[in-house]
Design a protein around this ligand. Structure first.
Ligand code: SF4
Ligand code: SF4
Length: 96
């Protein structure tokens, strides 16, 4: 009986053991301003509210690390002027 309860405790402890925090994925958002007609749809749809208008009303990202990669902006842009991509690490040739 005592053995069973200690087994239970150890399995609970395993479940509650803290795991290393996952690294948050990051994304890059590019705008092709030549194709953009400054309609503002991407700004309205972004759930993070990180797309702002520049002085010409064209979109710019205010805090790029806050992008969650949902691609709402890319999907809803009527002029295909947005590309969202996974951010990749760029290393210099001599880096180890
Ligand atoms: S949705 Fe497309 S066309 Fe409209 S402002 Fe954004 S990038 Fe420009
Ligand atoms: S991918 Fe999503 S969070 Fe990132 S800028 Fe576009 S709408 Fe905003």
């Amino acid at each position: 009986m005592a053995e069973k309860s200690s087994e239970k405790k150890s399995s609970c402890a395993q479940k509650n053991r803290k795991t290393a925090p996952k690294k948050k994925k990051k994304y890059d958002v590019s705008f092709y301003h030549d194709w953009c007609k400054a309609c503002g749809i991407c700004m309205a749809f972004c759930p993070q509210k990180i797309i702002e208008a520049d002085k010409n009303g064209k979109p710019v990202i205010s805090e790029k690390d806050k992008c969650v990669g949902c691609r709402f902006c890319e999907i809803h842009c009527p002029d295909f002027a947005i590309t969202v991509s996974d951010r990749k690490l760029h290393r210099r040739r001599n880096d180890v």
